[in-house]
Design a protein around this ligand. Structure first.
Ligand code: FAD
Ligand code: DHB
Length: 391
């Protein structure tokens, strides 16, 4: 088999890239280790930046999102139970975010992939990129026990943090930068109306809490937890008691304590690998970088990477110019590092760090108080939260 671009991974990065290349008339095949239900079923991102909303529209996939998604022009910060609102739309000249779950985005992308003939191979075992240093790279995998091979011009590694693509780049070429946080997020989904019409990010002396949502009837809540905690340590009643304390009495009075139907713990990490290209292999999304979830940036960064990568590849195949592919890594990383900075800062501002003392806590409270009283500080937060432009 032969194609122009072999894409490893059918998460948001791989699927958006597949659609973008299809639209540009570039031939691509996506190789995914799991099946559709698995990829679509993972409960992850909830907040789309304007660039992601725009991309859904540009691909002609905005119809259900426009109908079912929730446009948020503001978000709330809470400090020891006292809530104040950041009016993002007013502060940024009209920018907003969209609450529309990653699961819904994936459903729309998979449905359209089928309809438009975007080529996806599911259940591809032992996917391996080869000869990435040459101009004849190829990918092998096993399907139903049979070895397969795909020759291509380029490989796009969109296979997430644990994928094979980053590992295929020689270790002496890659530089990695990392910060591991000494806590996790315990998240639940519940079939009940949210406690507020917008999100609440809360800094409490007992730890961070976040009230989010998926729809007017489905709530998503997160609690900062210890890395030693297990799901069994957090029966629903304990979760509701704790989040009620951390969000404060006003929000707590509106929490509907319905049974959770999903509960999971995620570790928090900042991670960037440079460069995002080696030879004929490009990295995009979580394969190249991870942010702690606090700023809601992970999936949106995967989107900005593949928008840039698709532009570069289209330029190569349509105009015969290598300028775009040569500039891809530097261009993508410039935006990645700004999102890394924001996610690190927002995490540092809102979480309780076990190794820090009373002084650090006073710094957090002072900064939250400063943001509350300073339009300049609010503009900085708002323009990062809604997402920086693609340049
Ligand atoms: P992934 O989603 O990891 O997809 C990679 C794909 O590659 C997977 O389907 C995997 O099966 C496949 N794969 C892996 N290895 C191989 C292999 N060897 N061969 C073939 N296929 C392979 N982001 C936001 O923007 N906003 C949010 O509000 C937000 N909230 C989050 C909340 C939580 C609790 C978590 C955990 C994450 C959150 N994120 C958020 C982050 C977001 O979910 C990720 O950044 C996003 O999924 C990255 O997409 P990706 O396609 O790069 O990687
Ligand atoms: C959600 C996740 C986030 O990381 C965030 O900052 C906001 C919302 C969510 O899953 O709803």
């Amino acid at each position: 088999m032969r194609t122009q671009v072999a894409i490893i991974g059918a998460g948001p990065a791989g699927l958006f890239l597949g659609h973008l290349l299809k639209q540009a008339g570039v031939d691509a095949v996506i190789l995914e280790r799991k099946d559709r239900d698995y990829v679509e079923g993972r409960v992850r991102a909830g907040v789309l930046e304007q660039i992601t909303v725009d991309l859904m529209e540009r691909l002609g996939l905005g119809e259900r999102m426009r109908r079912e998604g929730l446009v948020h022009g503001g978000t709330n910060l809470a400090s020891d139970g006292e809530v104040f609102r950041i009016d993002m739309a007013e502060l940024t000249g009209g920018s907003t975010v969209m609450v529309y779950g990653q699961q819904e985005v994936m459903k729309d992308l998979f449905d359209a992939a089928e309809a438009r003939g975007v080529n996806i191979v599911f259940d591809a075992d032992q996917v391996r990129p080869h000869d990435i240093d040459t101009d004849k790279p190829y990918v092998t995998w096993r399907k139903d026990g049979v070895e397969q091979r795909l020759d291509c011009d380029f490989i796009a590694g969109c296979d997430g943090y644990h994928g094979v693509s980053r590992a295929a780049i020689p270790a002496d070429v890659l530089k990695t930068f990392e910060r591991v946080y000494p806590f996790g997020w315990l998240g639940i989904l519940t079939e009940a109306p949210p406690c507020d019409h917008e999100l609440i990010y809360s800094n409490h002396e007992r730890g961070f809490a976040l009230a989010s949502m998926r729809s007017p009837t489905r709530s998503r809540y997160y609690l900062q937890c210890s890395l030693d905690d297990r799901i069994e340590d957090w029966p629903d009643e304990r979760f509701w008691d704790e989040i009620s304390i951390r969000l404060g009495p006003d929000a707590a009075s509106r929490i509907v304590r319905a049974p959770s139907f999903e509960k999971s713990i995620a570790p928090l990490r900042s991670f960037v690998t440079e460069p995002m290209r080696h030879g004929r292999l490009f990295l995009a999304g979580d394969a190249a970088h991870i942010v702690p979830p606090t700023g809601a940036k992970g999936m949106n960064l995967a989107v900005s990477d593949v928008v840039m990568l698709s532009e570069a590849l289209s330029e190569y195949f349509q105009e015969g110019s290598a300028a775009g592919i040569d500039g891809y890594s530097a261009r993508a990383l410039a935006r990645v590092w700004k999102a890394e900075r924001f996610s690190w800062w927002f995490t540092s501002l809102t979480h309780r760090f076990p190794d820090r003392d009373g002084f650090d806590r006073k710094m957090q409270i002072a900064e939250l108080d400063y943001i509350k009283g300073s339009r300049a500080a609010q503009v900085t937060l708002a323009e990062n939260y809604v997402g920086l432009p693609l340049v």
